[in-house]
Design a protein around this ligand. Structure first.
Ligand SMILES: Nc1nc2c(ncn2[C@@H]2O[C@H](COP(=O)(O)OP(=O)(O)OP(=O)(O)O)[C@@H](O)[C@H]2O)c(=O)[nH]1
Length: 483
């Protein structure tokens, strides 16, 4: 019984806990999944879009300036005149630089290959010089302009955007390349601003995966391939115009990455986020859920335990007690008998059984009704109980039969107790149908012999009871009278 109760408590606890943990876990994973999806599909691409459109806006101004220069009549006339006075061109370029606050303004004539700069003619470009490749790229390009990002010759750390605008005359003949250079500082500031605001890493890589433009706080690898956890996935970035995915870094943290090709630079803009803060919130929520689940489980289990114990005690009472008289029921008598036998052996003491039967009880039922009979049974049971000790067992053995288990009582003692009960019952008065009714009982007393079974002792007590009935009822017969 105890094992069962424990077993059911464990099973119930496991089910309740498993239920709570399962729902918390499902909630946790759904929230995490939707967060990852939102991050990959919405938040990072949005940051990327914003940065991209700001870059385009920043590029628009130098493009417009360069376009104006490429269509300036002064430039055409000056070239047609055979580049007579270099100072005219250099002061024109200085004017542009000052007016539009650019870091440089330049013109390379195709006929002389002179590189004109606000400070003068600084060199002649040549196909054999790799530093001048930008000029020949622009010359050979089918597009009206080529954007080039290069290290500044004055400050090698600083990156500049050069808009190299092709100049063609009315007949379509290539005249040279003109344009301005702008610092990339605004783009860097933009990157840093986004990084600070969203805690995202923003940088640019070229088609080979080399990091080309990054914030001043960037301390990660300078090649995409060398980034922790990206060694295989980096190809995904370099082979498609845009990609969005998550991956696990070697230190176990989750990284979310979005990439897009910026055609103007021919670079990829990368927006990367490590361990989203919302993810921590989801984890905290999960832990709180779990704690609440544990507390609720404990309360539910405690209430269930109290209820089950209540029912269990009730069932136990119902199974062990006779409903009408409240004395021990026959089903559990053997259990008490075995206990008493063990005690008898341990203490080497006597043990007696007494079978008490109400005389002519059928007549009470027949004359005064079943209810009257029930009242007699209850009253006699109470009276018997009041004549024995707490540890003695009074059992309703049959309809109107009671079996007494008297520990530590030898025949004489048991006989004395039974005699007291007999005379007390005989002294009872019942009032049925305006009549005073008297009841008597007969009893058989048997002291247990060594190694006797319950059946054997009860049989002897029953035998003595029968003898008492034959002797005219309202009397008791013990073992000694047997012979
Ligand atoms: N009212 C009532 N009667 C019961 C109950 N259990 C058994 N009886 C009745 O008790 C009666 C017992 O009758 P008998 O076995 O003939 O014995 P008796 O009338 O007492 O006669 P003797 O034992 O020979 O003195 C039966 O009529 C049963 O129906 C009970 O719970 N309530």
């Amino acid at each position: 019984m105890v094992v069962n109760k424990r077993f059911y408590t464990v099973i119930l606890s496991a089910i309740v806990l498993a239920g709570f943990v399962a729902t918390s876990l499902i909630g946790y994973f759904v929230a995490k999944d939707s967060l990852t999806e939102r991050l990959e599909q919405e938040m990072l691409p949005l940051t990327s879009d914003n940065i991209y459109s700001e870059i385009q806006r920043d590029l628009l101004q130098p493009l417009l300036i360069s376009s104006l220069m490429a269509n300036d009549v002064f430039v055409f006339d000056w070239v047609n005149d055979g580049e007579q006075d270099a100072s005219k061109m250099t002061s024109y370029l200085a004017q542009i630089q000052k007016k539009y606050n650019t870091i440089t303004a330049f013109f390379v004539s195709d006929s002389s290959l002179n590189y004109y700069h606000p400070t003068g003619v600084i060199k002649r470009v040549s196909r054999s010089n790799p530093d001048d490749s930008w000029y020949f790229t622009a010359k050979d390009s089918p597009h009206p302009y080529v954007i080039n990002i290069d290290r500044d010759t004055a400050d090698h750390k600083r990156l500049s955007i050069f808009v190299n605008y092709r100049i063609e005359d009315k007949s379509g003949k290539f005249i040279g390349v003109i344009g301005v250079g702008l610092s990339l500082q605004t783009v860097v500031e933009l990157i840093e601003n986004y990084q600070k605001r969203y805690g995202r890493e923003i940088y640019f890589v070229n088609r080979q995966g080399e990091v080309m433009l990054q914030s001043s706080h960037y301390h990660s690898e300078l090649h995409l391939q060398n980034k922790s956890g990206l060694d295989k996935a980096f190809l995904k970035v370099l082979t498609s115009p845009s990609a969005s995915f998550s991956f696990k870094a070697n230190n176990g943290s989750m990284l979310y990455l979005n990439s897009r090709l910026v055609p103007e630079f021919d670079w990829y803009l990368i927006v990367e986020q490590v361990n989203d803060p919302s993810s921590e919130r989801i984890e905290t929520a999960f832990m709180i859920n779990l704690a609440v689940a544990l507390v609720i489980s404990a309360i539910v289990l405690f209430l269930a335990h109290v209820a089950v114990r209540g029912y269990h005690d009730k069932l136990e009472t119902m199974a062990t007690q006779d409903k009408l008289t409240g004395v021990t029921s026959r089903q559990v008598f053997e259990f008490y008998f075995k206990q008493a036998v063990a005690r008898r052996k341990r203490r080497d003491e006597a043990l007696s059984l007494v079978l008490i039967d109400i005389d002519l009880f059928k007549q009470v039922n027949d004359t005064y009704g079943h209810e009257a009979g029930d009242r007699v049974l209850s009253r006699v049971a109470q009276l018997i109980k009041s004549h024995v000790r707490e540890e003695d067992v009074v059992c309703r053995w049959g309809g109107e039969e009671f079996l007494l288990l008297l520990s530590g009582c030898n025949m004489q003692h048991a006989r004395d107790i039974t005699e007291l009960i007999r005379s007390a019952v005989a002294g009872l008065q019942f009032h049925f149908s305006n009549q005073v009714v008297h009841i008597t009982v007969s009893a058989g007393v048997a002291e247990m012999h060594n190694d006797e079974t319950l059946g054997q002792v009860v049989e002897r007590a029953d035998h003595h009871l029968y003898a008492a009935k034959r002797a005219g009822r309202n009397c008791i017969r013990p073992d000694t009278d047997e012979a």
